[in-house]
Design a protein around this ligand. Structure first.
Ligand code: ZN
Length: 184
């Protein structure tokens, strides 16, 4: 009878341990799911933000504000900013330029072979320096041109031939813009 009692006690004890373990497990699972859901929400938020930015850029008709973020250099010099831009390419051919295919850019620059410059919205004054990753060895180039569709966060990089412009395609890049230094 003693053994049975002990066994019975043990059984109850075991059950309690199981119940405790179950409670602990539930708690752990709920905490984990909480963390997972928070991370998930954050990821979702980021994705939503990104797609909102892209939509904003795609629908921009000069109304979209640039997605300006401080670049590391700006802390030192106070002049470089990084802006996410939709970068397309063009050449001097009538297909790309239409009414502008007169061999001159919007600021009167006469296009020469090997030229490298960009067309940007008029919020970027002529002569503003930009660093476009992958364009002209990622060296600074100047804003010398405008474009009918080049508004807000859109940018057009110049190539000497239509083939090169086609090859560039459409890229979404973090473009570095130097503020406060202009020609004119
Ligand atoms: Zn062209």
């Amino acid at each position: 009878m003693e053994k049975a009692k002990v066994k019975g006690f043990c059984g109850v004890f075991l059950n309690r341990r199981i119940v405790l373990a179950a409670i602990l497990l539930t708690a752990i699972i709920s905490v984990l799911s909480c963390i997972v859901s928070v991370v998930y929400t954050k990821a979702n938020g980021r994705i939503t933000l990104l797609s909102a930015t892209v939509t904003e850029v795609d629908d921009s008709e000069g109304t979209a504000k640039p997605n300006v973020g401080n670049f590391g250099l700006s802390e030192q010099s106070g002049e470089w900013q990084t802006v996410q831009m939709r970068v397309t390419a063009y050449c001097p051919c009538p297909k790309c330029c239409g009414r502008y295919s007169d061999g001159q850019t919007a600021n009167g620059h006469r296009i020469r072979p090997g030229d490298a410059f960009v067309a940007a919205d008029k919020e970027h004054p002529f002569g503003t320096e930009m660093v476009v990753p992958g364009y002209k060895n990622t060296e600074p180039v100047k804003v010398l041109d405008r474009g009918g569709a080049i508004r807000g966060n859109r940018l057009d990089v110049f190539f000497g031939s239509h083939q090169q412009a086609l090859k560039w395609g459409v890229k979404h890049l973090n473009v570095k813009i130097r503020r406060g230094l202009q020609m004119q």
